[in-house]
Design a protein around this ligand. Structure first.
Ligand SMILES: Nc1nc2c(c(=O)[nH]1)N[C@H]1C(S)=C(S)[C@@H](COP(=O)(O)OP(=O)(O)OC[C@H]3O[C@@H](n4cnc5c(=O)[nH]c(N)nc54)[C@H](O)[C@@H]3O)O[C@H]1N2
Ligand SMILES: Nc1nc2c(c(=O)[nH]1)N[C@H]1C(S)=C(S)[C@@H](COP(=O)(O)OP(=O)(O)OC[C@H]3O[C@@H](n4cnc5c(=O)[nH]c(N)nc54)[C@H](O)[C@@H]3O)O[C@H]1N2
Ligand code: SF4
Ligand SMILES: [Mo]
Length: 680
């Protein structure tokens, strides 16, 4: 395939372009970008006439300042091969031709000696649109017969639950939250992770609506809420089941709706039965009267909406917990009105988008077990991994059991390619680095998972150095390996057509953005229905039942023991998107801790240096007192780079590589740790 990177806009004159943000953020903003001499000088929200309404005239500051990422000193400019020890980051530039030749040679050698499964492509792609992942890369790796990756590091339990219950149904549009009499924000922190919801929730409150936040810490939104429930991490399942029990016990469950639209009602009722408010209070640490108040408000309110975030899923009970939360609007009878129901991912607003490359039937490696698979920590099924191709991801900074991942990456007999925009912590372990373009330098298609919109992402600036797009690099590798067929897409317009289909492609070209066929703001059970075979919600679907070892809605109790009494959570922070932009973080990242927990360990403000540890690893850093945390819960942000802690490790060094009950997802927030002072 000979895709050339598209002609960038003319250099010289200052120009204004319109495009869209592909970063891993529900809001999918419409952007206006000022460019001078081919370089981005300013990024702001696109004007309302052409923007998706959720953008509302503002964007986050991290994208507002993206030129620091585009033109910063960590940007990769040329392909380069390793010269020093793995991890040291010593590299020597090579030509693209030599770099691609080397990859072809190493892939062929590995396949000839160990079989195709000895090659593992490793990508998550949350910050990629529809053209830069699962397109030419899928052709390359699947047709070559490489191992496949189960992308389980995020959203796997939520997706399994949403699929099992509703076959993935589009949710309540975030714009509609303004009309909610009650909004429950459950395990989400939109002040960092989806900022456009915040003013909408404020407007709802100004109209007399109530806000409930369920989160182990007092988030900025919890401080504004009418009620804040502060459960211990990993116990949301008990809280949700206690609410279900009360609906059935009091006769408040909407039996008419359930009879018409649901299956598995009795089964859910039976499983919720043990969870009295008192028992739930004991396990969650939320006072029973607060649970009762939440019940009263939710049962009495209409429209009532639940924003289910990803904080609910990242633990041993994650799949069942999300399922129990998503089942609430069905049992409570909250659908069929605007702003009534739930929102999780709205990716389901668009169906049948994407390139479908058939699976080669090769082994599937769970992303959470990459450390195990790269080392001999687990008896490996199939050949050892000899070639690792990392793109659209920074696994050393974002996968659980970081020390095992690091040991794997340090293996001398592993050939690692890292294709990225910047010299990430993972790239420092590469044998070959390749410079990638950003969404301001290449073609892509942004699809919102909060905002229900598909829009064009256009190259508006000159690529820096020799950076190339994924489509171009994977297309060329597939070509060199003789994997291309005559009917494969060959250019960006052909890829757009293949990924979107003709009608959507035409609408996109004419209108600049595409709204879902069901309408921009669908009403659940009026405009959209479950995509299950019988169009009903399955409250206890057999698929989830068989998947979870102890059955759906079975509670797995606290994973800690006396040695590691503190629950470590590692949620998103405003300055970064996962680990993206982490290189720009000034100074060191502190461990946040409740003052009582700090006092119990003699960690006054004069003892700021600590060691946070468990059997997986340790982080050495400073401590900061934070009374907004629930006592017993400590916090390190997600996606921190090695340079931001004294030990060069982050929360992933303490995160277990155990899996969630459903969806084989990550259990970041099941990390249990101890903290001790370090001598100055
Ligand atoms: N600025 C920014 N935006 C982002 C991202 C980012 O890194 N930075 N990441 C993007 C990605 S990849 C994702 S998946 C989303 C995630 O966005 P969110 O859904 O907001 O998820 P998190 O930030 O992981 O955590 C949300 C909240 O869950 C709480 N929490 C932790 N454990 C529990 C628990 O057991 N129960 C409950 N109820 N709450 C808990 C945390 O304290 C936190 O406030 O955001 C996306 N947007
Ligand atoms: N401790 C802890 N760790 C976590 C989490 C947590 O809650 N706690 N959350 C997890 C979650 S929700 C997620 S989604 C994962 C995300 O983890 P990752 O998928 O590793 O995401 P990022 O760290 O953003 O890394 C994406 C990389 O892709 C590069 N990139 C972007 N676009 C392109 C492109 O077009 N081409 C190429 N070649 N490269 C590109 C970026 O520069 C960046 O370095 O992290 C997980 N890690
Ligand atoms: S990261 Fe989110 S808020 Fe920021 S510009 Fe992109 S879509 Fe908008
Ligand atoms: Mo994520």
């Amino acid at each position: 395939m000979t895709i050339a990177d598209p002609a960038p806009p003319a250099t010289g004159d200052a120009a204004i372009h319109h495009t869209a943000c592909t970063l891993d953020c529900p809001d999918s903003c419409s952007l206006e970008v000022e460019v001078e001499h081919g370089r981005v000088t300013r990024v702001r929200a696109a004007p309302p006439e052409i923007a998706h309404p959720l953008t509302s005239g503002f964007i986050c500051s991290k994208v507002g300042r993206i030129s620091r990422h585009l033109y910063g000193e960590d940007r990769l400019l040329h392909p380069a091969v390793r010269t020093g020890v793995k991890g040291d980051g010593g590299f020597r530039p090579v030509s693209w031709d030599d770099a691609l030749g080397l990859i072809v040679q190493r892939m062929m050698e590995a396949k000839a000696t160990f079989g195709g499964e000895s090659i593992l492509p490793l990508s998550y792609g949350g910050s990629n649109g529809l053209l830069t992942q699962d397109t030419a890369d899928a052709i390359l790796f699947r047709r070559f017969g490489a191992s496949q990756l189960a992308r389980t590091v995020c959203a796997a339990p939520s997706t399994a639950a949403a699929l099992g219950l509703y076959g993935k149904m589009a949710g309540v549009a975030l714009e509609d939250y303004e009309h909610a009499s009650l909004a429950i924000v459950w395990g989400a922190n939109p002040s960092s992770t989806g900022i456009h919801l915040v003013p909408i929730l404020r407007a709802a409150r100004a109209r007399g609506g109530k806000l409930v936040v369920v989160d182990p810490r007092r988030t900025p939104l919890a401080k504004q809420a009418d009620l804040h429930l502060q459960p211990r991490p990993g116990t949301d399942l008990c809280l949700a089941l206690a609410l279900h029990r009360e609906f059935f016990r009091r006769g408040d469950a909407d039996l008419e709706f359930l009879a018409e639209h649901a299956t598995g009602v009795d089964e859910l009722r039976r499983r919720a039965e043990p969870w009295t408010f008192e028992r739930a209070a004991e396990v969650t640490g939320v006072p029973a009267p607060d649970i009762a108040r939440c019940y009263d408000w939710y049962s009495g309110a209409s429209p009532a909406v639940i924003r289910c975030g990803w904080g609910v899923e990242r633990n041993r009970n994650g799949g069942s917990a999300v399922a129990a939360v998503l089942a609430l609007p069905a049992v409570a009878g909250k659908f069929k009105v605007r702003a009534g129901g739930y929102t999780m991912s709205n990716g389901a607003a668009f169906r049948n988008v994407g390139w479908r490359e058939p699976s080669p039937g090769t082994r599937i490696v769970n992303m959470n077990h990459v450390g195990r698979e790269l080392t001999d920590a687990d008896p490996i099924q199939g050949p050892p991994i000899r070639v690792l191709f990392v793109y659209n991801a920074n696994p050393l900074a974002t996968l659980p059991n970081q020390e095992l991942v690091r040991r794997g990456l340090a293996r001398e007999d592993l050939f690692t390619v890292v294709f990225d925009q910047v010299m990430t912590d993972t790239a420092a372990y590469a044998d070959l680095v390749l410079p990638a373009t950003t969404f301001l330098e290449h073609d892509d298609l942004a699809m919102g998972y909060g905002a229900m919109v598909l829009h064009d992402t256009k190259p508006v600036a000159q690529p820096v150095g020799e950076a190339r797009s994924n489509l171009r690099v994977f297309g060329e590798l597939a070509d060199r390996l003789g994997l291309l067929r005559n009917d494969d897409p060959r250019s960006e317009p052909e890829w757009r057509q293949a990924v979107l289909g003709g009608e959507r492609q035409r609408r996109l070209a004419e209108e600049g953005l595409v709204l879902p066929e069901t309408g921009r703001r669908p009403i659940q059970f009026v405009d959209v229905f479950p995509h299950t075979a019988d169009r009903k919600v399955h409250l206890c679907p057999p698929s989830l039942e068989t998947e979870s070892a102890r059955g759906l809605y079975a509670f797995h109790s606290e994973p800690g023991d006396g040695r590691y009494p503190l629950a470590l959570i590692s949620p998103s922070v405003p300055q970064t998107v996962s680990s993206t932009f982490g290189q720009l973080r000034p100074g060191q990242v502190p461990l946040e801790m409740h003052p009582d927990d700090a006092a119990a360990r003699g960690l006054g403000r004069d003892k700021p240096r600590v060691r946070v540890f468990n059997d997986y690893g340790e982080v050495r850093c400073r401590v900061r007192h934070n009374a907004d945390l629930k006592p017993g819960v400590v916090l390190l942000p997600k996606g921190v780079w090695a340079r931001s802690t004294e030990s060069g490790t982050n929360a992933c060094a303490l995160a277990p590589d155990t899996l969630t009950d459903i969806g084989a997802g990550a259990c970041f927030n099941d990390a249990r740790v101890q903290v001790e002072a370090l001598a100055d």
